[in-house]
Design a protein. Sequence first.
Length: 221
Amino acid sequence: MLSDFDFSVLTDSLPFLWAGLQFTIQLTLVAMTGGIIFGTLLALARLSSMKPLAMAAAAYVNTMRSIPLVMVILWFFLLLPLLTGKPMGAESSAMMTFMAFEAAYYSEIMRAGIQSVPRGQVHAGQAMGFTYSQSMRFVVLPQAFRNMLPILLTQTIVLFQDTSLVYAIGSKDLLKASEIAGKNYNRPIEMYIFVALIYFIICFSLSQLVKRLQQRIAIIR
């Protein structure tokens, strides 16, 4: 049965697959960066004493976490051009979608991280003359990021895997590139096996990094 496979086609398709992998990595990094920044702001809003702000942030987070990602991808891709009156490419739509969607998940992680910092740390900052925003910036958030870093990276691994869903809007990520290459060379099975191996190597390597990071943080504590 293995004799039916022809993996020699992978050599010719590597440049095409590499381009798809580059976009997948770019999408992951952009969504992670934007998601963490926006998610941190959402977490601060949810913890705010201003009820309207906290309720608005909670509504956003709960809504995003209750809708399948593929539906959000399709909504952004199909509805945003109608609302703005301007066409939007699949790649740009994918980046906006993932930043908005992942922010809800990073928000909950950061909220847990902020709440894990002892209140005494905040009081210590106030005793030094820090304002609330300064206490958050210089005292609470650095500790929250350190405490939650393994979980943030774990969520990023999930994000990397979820990027394959941009396949639904025709964005040329790694999975879409493998599909096109498989059709061009009439070898879809070989392409899917190779791409699955790439996903496994990257995700397994990152998971090992997270495990080491967890052990290191545990020692620091």
